[in-house]
Design a protein around this ligand. Sequence first.
Ligand code: SAH
Ligand code: SF4
Ligand code: F3S
Length: 464
Amino acid sequence: MKIQAYDVKNSSEAQEVCKYVKMCSRNGAKAYVHSFGCQLNVSDGEKIKGILSALGFSFTEDYKKADLILLNTCAVRESAEDTVYGTLGNMKKYKKDNPGVIIVLCGCMASEPATIETVKNHYPFVDILFGTSALSQLPKLLLEHYEGKKLAYDMAEYKEEFGADDQIRESSFKASVPIMFGCNNFCTYCIVPYVRGRERSRSAEVIIKEVEELAAKGYKEIMLLGQNVNSYGKDLPDGITFAQLLRRLNEIEGDFWIRFMSSHPKDAGTDLLDAVLECEKVEKHLHLPVQCGSNSVLRRMNRHYTAEKYLEIVDYLRERHEGFAMSSDIMVGFPNETEEEFEDTLKLVENVKYDNIFTFIYSKRSGTKAAEMDDAVTDAEKRVRMERLLKLQREVATENYKRFIGRTVRVLVEGESKQGAGWLFGKSSEYTIVEFKGDRSLIGTFADVKITDSKNWAVSGELV
Ligand code: SAH
Ligand code: SF4
Ligand code: F3S
């Protein structure tokens, strides 16, 4: 399926909304947009800002100065939802004192059917609600609101998307480009397929054009996004694969790096690994979430690979590129995880020698299969396991990062470091944090740094 581009500025609703926006705020309408959750949500947030800007809004970081407050939510853990409801609760008084303020709830949590009822019953001051596939409906919903509708909402799955022009990007040198939406994998713990729908790939031509434009504007890092980028193209008529897409993007002129996330180990074939190794613009780092190192738990998680298959992928990369960097998401305390099963995860972490891991204690997510499994492992035990995992990873990373000492690495400089005055930080091709002293004017450019020291989460050195 080809996803159509939707021209928000020229829709008839948008023109009507612009009139209302002007009428309702004499000093210029301001919007507060906050995205929770993963980078896909952040990217949606940038598109939403593009729509709001086309409708006449400018932006504020202070919700108490806003005429419109939009919370772009995450649903991956129930605690993420509690945070959103907490934030909404805080805004209740502001809305009471300023009844003209428009409160909008969108994103993954807003895509759950139960949310409408919760909002109606407990947060009746929310004005607009829309799901992850209904971004294009924001002008229509705003119009309904201005015309007096109490709760304007839309949870339907629309196929439209926005062109890159409509996106207000947060960085002037790092850009994310979603290449597909949704997920078909139904890992038993995960809510994403229920709130993001089935996999839909954007057409390769649209993606290539967007990356060409970003490269021409001087962007230095392009992050390709999807819940499982390896499945890219499976739903497209021309049969293009993710590996082929990477090779085509690698041909685009310009001095920039390409990263992507997330990949699924079950679909990481040698065609993809070869593309990563051979394309000089593609960074020598793979974020490949393993979740755990136990085959029996992987089966219960519905992950469709084994720890052995995962280690083969890592070996393949490291045999061909010494020091190839790996990172992962790892979950501790999946229902009924035994001590032996947990120790398999520790063994895998020791074997892979990750540079970095994102760790999560399993949290029951209603609506998923795992939420129906009973669980004999106590929370206290899960926390102890997490501590053991983190301790091991600190040791592994301390050893790992020593490999950089004495080498000169190319760094994309991202900002000022908390190290102290005059210190900057950036990331190497391996996604390693690199700290060094230098002038602020280097931010957003590539710099060569000779590494002299290492810790368990970063390396430091001197500008060459
Ligand atoms: N599509 C990506 C990850 C999306 S969610 C992938 O498959 O790798 C990001 C991470 O959140 C997951 O990798 C997982 O480790 C974690 N996660 C998802 N559901 C969770 C749950 N119910 N409890 C704890 N962690 C969870
Ligand atoms: Fe969730 Fe699994 Fe899909 Fe990742 S691949 S989004 S963990 S269902
Ligand atoms: Fe959260 Fe939705 Fe991302 S549930 S992790 S914001 S896809």
